[in-house]
Design a protein around this ligand. Structure first.
Ligand SMILES: Cc1cc2nc3c(=O)[nH]c(=O)nc-3n(C[C@H](O)[C@H](O)[C@H](O)COP(=O)(O)OP(=O)(O)OC[C@H]3O[C@@H](n4cnc5c(N)ncnc54)[C@H](O)[C@@H]3O)c2cc1C
Length: 393
C-alpha cells in the first residue's frame, strides 16, 4: 500500500461538500474545498434529516450537534386565503409522523455543524477557500489538475464535484446540464424573514395552498421565520431567468393571507434561494478521478425531502469506500455508486410521484391531499402517510 497522503479537491461548501471534506479528513486525506460564495451563509429552509443520512451523521460523530439544532413546530396550521385556519395538525402528531430517528433542522444549521467539525480538527488538513470557482479540469493516470478562478492549479488524486444542481464540475467533465436535468415544472423560493407576519403564531408552521401554489411560513421562535414559496409553472427556466424579485410577486401578488406582508420583506432579504425543482439523471457519477456528490449527482428535489440526508450519506459512503480501496480508486468509486444509487433512485421516484401534492392543480385535488393530513393523529392514517412519503425505510 502506498504511503503518500492522498489529496482531494472538493468544489462547493454545501452539505455534500463539507460532508465529503469531513469524511475524507477522517479517512486521512488532505482536502481543499473551493466555494464560490464569498463567505459562509447560514440562511436556509427547514429540512427533514433522517434515514441513511441520520445513520451516517452518527458514524461521523456530528449527530449530537445536529440534535441540538433540531426544531419542531408546536403545530402546523393549514390556512384559508382570508386568514382563517382550515385545520391544524398538532406538534406531537408531526413528530410521530417523522419517526424517532429524524430531525427537522435548518439547512444552514447542518452546514454550520459540518463546518465547525471540519475546521475544528487538529491537525487540520482541510483548507476552505471562499470566493473561488472551478474553471478547468485535466486528468491523467496519476492525478487531476483543477484550475480555480483565483488562477491556481491544484493537483489532486480526486476531484469531488459537490457544487449543486447547476454544477460547473459536471458541465466541465460530464457535459451540458440540459441533457441530464429533468424539470418537475415547479419553482421553489425561500428567504429568511426579519419579522414574523401578523397572523402566524410563534412556534407554528403555517401554510396556504391554493390552485397551483403554496406559501408557508415557518416560525423559528422569537421574530425569526422562514418563508417558503412553491408553485407550478410550465416555463421553469424562464421563471429562473426572471429571478425571485420579479417571479415571486407575479405568482403570489394576489394570494391573500400573509402573502403581502411576506412579499414586502423580499426586496430587503439578505439572500434568496430561488430555483427550478429539477432532478439530475446521470447514468454514472464518476469519470476517472472526478466524482459528483449530492445535488450535482442525483438531486432528488425537495419533493422527496431527502437531499440533505442523501448528501451526508453519500459523503460517508464515499469516505468508507476510499478507506476500503485505498489504492484502487475505480473500485472504490464503483462500489460507492452501487451503494448509493438504489436509494437515490428510490427517492427520485418518490419526488416524481408526490410532486402534485405540493401545489395541487385544483380545489378537489387539494381536498384529497389534505384528507389524510386532517386525520393524521389516527394511527392507521399516519401509517399510510409514512409509507406514502417513505418516512420510514
Ligand atoms: C426548498 C427546499 C426544501 C428542501 N427540503 C429538504 C428536506 O426536507 N430534506 C432534505 O433532506 N433535503 C431537502 N432539500 C434538499 C437539500 O437542501 C439539498 O439536497 C442538500 O442541501 C444537498 O445540497 P448540496 O450540498 O449537494 O448542494 P448545494 O446545497 O446546492 O451546495 C452547493 C454548494 O456549491 C457552491 N457552488 C456552486 N457552484 C459552484 C462553483 N462553480 N464553484 C464553487 N462552488 C460552487 C454553492 O455556492 C453551494 O455552497 C430541500 C431543498 C429545497 C430547495
Amino acid at each position: 500500500m502506498s504511503t503518500h497522503r492522498r489529496r482531494a479537491v472538493v468544489i462547493g461548501a454545501g452539505i455534500a461538500g463539507l460532508g465529503a471534506a469531513l469524511r475524507l479528513h477522517q479517512a486521512g486525506w488532505e482536502v481543499l474545498v473551493a466555494e464560490r460564495a464569498p463567505a459562509r451563509r447560514s440562511s436556509g429552509y427547514a429540512v427533514a434529516f433522517a434515514g441513511l443520512g441520520y445513520d451516517a451523521a452518527e458514524r461521523m460523530g456530528i449527530l449530537p450537534e445536529l440534535v441540538e439544532r433540531h426544531i419542531t413546530p408546536d403545530r402546523m396550521d393549514y390556512m384559508r386565503p382570508d386568514g382563517r385556519t382550515r385545520f391544524s395538525v398538532p406538534g406531537p402528531t408531526v413528530r410521530a409522523l417523522a419517526g424517532d430517528r429524524a430531525l427537522n433542522i435548518l439547512r444552514g444549521d447542518i452546514e454550520d455543524v459540518l463546518y465547525a467539525a471540519v475546521t475544528g480538527r487538529t491537525p487540520n488538513t482541510v483548507e476552505i477557500r471562499f470566493g473561488t470557482s472551478i474553471v478547468g479540469v485535466e486528468q491523467d493516470a496519476d492525478g487531476v489538475d483543477v484550475t480555480l478562478g483565483d488562477g491556481t492549479v491544484e493537483r489532486a488524486d480526486l476531484l469531488v464535484g459537490a457544487d449543486g444542481l447547476h454544477s460547473a464540475t459536471r458541465r466541465l467533465v460530464f457535459g451540458p446540464e440540459d441533457y441530464m436535468r429533468l424539470d418537475l415544472n415547479h419553482m421553489a423560493g425561500v428567504f429568511m424573514l426579519d419579522t414574523l407576519p401578523d397572523g402566524v403564531e410563534p412556534g407554528v408552521t403555517a401554510s396556504l395552498t391554493d390552485t397551483g401554489r403554496t406559501l408557508a411560513v415557518v416560525s423559528l421562535g422569537g421574530d425569526r421565520a422562514v418563508a417558503f414559496f412553491g408553485y407550478r409553472t410550465e416555463r421553469p427556466m424562464a421563471e429562473l431567468a426572471d429571478g425571485p424579485r420579479v417571479a415571486l410577486p407575479r405568482a403570489y401578488g394576489d394570494m391573500g393571507w400573509v402573502a403581502p406582508q411576506v412579499l414586502t420583506q423580499l426586496p430587503g432579504a439578505e439572500s434568496v434561494y430561488f430555483d427550478t425543482v429539477s432532478q439530475m439523471v446521470a447514468d454514472g457519477w464518476s469519470r476517472g478521478r472526478v466524482v459528483l456528490l449530492g445535488d450535482a449527482a442525483w438531486c432528488v428535489t425537495l419533493f422527496a425531502g431527502y437531499g440533505s440526508s442523501l448528501a451526508v450519506a453519500g459523503a460517508d459512503a464515499l469516505g468508507a469506500a476510499l478507506e476500503r480501496h485505498a489504492d484502487d480508486l475505480p473500485t472504490a468509486l464503483r462500489e460507492w455508486e452501487a451503494e448509493i444509487r438504489p436509494e437515490a433512485e428510490r427517492k427520485q421516484r418518490l419526488g416524481r410521484q408526490v410532486k402534485g401534492l405540493y401545489a395541487p392543480a385544483d380545489p378537489f385535488r387539494l381536498w384529497l391531499r389534505d384528507l389524510p393530513l386532517r386525520f393524521a393523529s389516527y394511527r392507521p392514517v399516519s401509517a399510510l402517510l409514512q409509507r406514502r412519503l417513505q418516512l420510514t425505510s
